[in-house]
Design a protein around this ligand. Structure first.
Ligand SMILES: [Cu+2]
Length: 151
């Protein structure tokens, strides 16, 4: 019994060390995506593990004004009807082209960025699947889209 008591502080220290290690391992994986005046994302395919935390950093590297060539980044649930989403998005300027009526299909998004602006979003995809992402600025999604494949 005496020996066990003596070991307790060590056991507590080990637990703390374990916690520290865990939180370090849980830092999100950062992925930078650029958007340009030619309506292109530089990254269109991302592979991820189920439960992995991702941090998407969106950079608008263009020079055209935000009103004419702004870009956002919207991650949608697997199976989302992209045409229907993009159509609804066109009139959702006040909510960064993320339409309220389709909010239930949005997993994460980065607001509309003007030239040389950067913003990010951090999220965890728990379930395997193919998650489409688009820029939902009017007229962009046909060219600006990609997929996060979660396995
Ligand atoms: Cu765009």
């Amino acid at each position: 019994m005496k020996n066990l008591r003596a070991l307790l502080p060590f056991a507590a220290a080990l637990c703390l060390a374990g916690v520290t290690q865990l939180s370090a391992a849980a830092a999100p994986r950062e992925i930078e995506i650029t958007a340009n005046d030619q309506m292109k994302f530089n990254v269109t395919a991302i592979d991820a593990k189920a439960g992995e935390q991702l941090k998407i950093v969106l950079k608008n590297i263009g020079t055209l004004p935000k009103e004419a060539m702004g870009h956002n980044w919207v991650l949608l649930k697997p199976g989302t009807d992209l045409n229907a989403f993009a159509m609804a998005a066109m009139t959702a300027k006040d909510s960064d082209y993320v339409p309220a009526a389709h909010k239930d299909k949005v997993v994460a998004f980065v607001r509309v960025l003007g030239p040389k602006q950067t913003a990010d979003t951090t999220f965890t995809l728990a379930a395997p699947g193919e998650y489409p992402f688009v820029c939902s600025f009017p007229g962009h999604y046909m060219l600006m889209k990609g997929t996060i494949t979660v396995k």
